[in-house]
Design a protein around this ligand. Structure first.
Ligand SMILES: [Zn+2]
Ligand SMILES: [Zn+2]
Length: 182
């Protein structure tokens, strides 16, 4: 028993020496390198932190939202701008407002066709109406008429559909569009 007790003390002493060795050497040699390693990521992190907020300020679309204002819609599939007078500066584009009843029926026509309808002429000022050879009493000047076509739909079929939807129709077969008015 006494021999084993001595061996135990030796073992404990050796263990203590080992602990001293670990705590004595580790702090001196191995703590410094980690500090220098920590010191390097430190500046990199502080350098990255200003960058990511800067990217957040640039990317959230706070600046792009005002740049792309939602266009005024004439109806579900048409922007109001599609009906704007297309003269070259003779007017501000809106000598008259488009008749909402016409806009609604053109929208129904578009949905009936199930494909895009192209507006080639909406409202016209006096000068533009003269340029395109429109009649003096043209409904275009009041915003009560539009010229349009539907790629893939024959002029005759489009005219028939527009007529059934309650519009007065003037088909221009040679030019490939119809004039509709209310
Ligand atoms: Zn004009
Ligand atoms: Zn017309």
């Amino acid at each position: 028993m006494k021999y084993k007790k001595t061996a135990l003390w030796i073992f404990l002493a050796a263990g203590s020496a080992g602990l001293v060795f670990i705590f004595g050497v580790m702090p001196g040699e191995s703590v410094l390198p980690p500090q220098s390693e920590i010191a390097q990521p430190g500046p990199q992190q502080t350098a990255q932190e200003p960058e990511s907020p800067a990217q957040e300020h640039g990317s959230p679309g706070a600046e792009s939202l005002p740049e792309v204002p939602a266009p005024e819609m004439a109806s579900a599939h048409f922007e109001m701008a599609e009906y704007r007078c297309d003269c070259a500066g003779l007017c501000d584009g809106w000598p008259a407002r488009m008749n909402p009843a016409l806009l609604d029926r053109i929208e129904v026509l578009r949905q009936y066709c199930g494909r895009p309808v192209i507006i080639t002429s909406g409202v016209r000022c006096e000068g533009r109406n003269t340029e395109v050879g429109g009649v003096a009493w043209s409904f275009h000047k009041r915003g009560d008429a539009a010229d349009l076509y539907c790629p893939g739909v024959a002029v005759g079929d489009l005219a028939q559909t527009a007529k059934e939807l309650g519009m007065n129709v003037l088909p221009y077969y040679a030019s490939g569009y119809i004039h509709v008015e209310v």
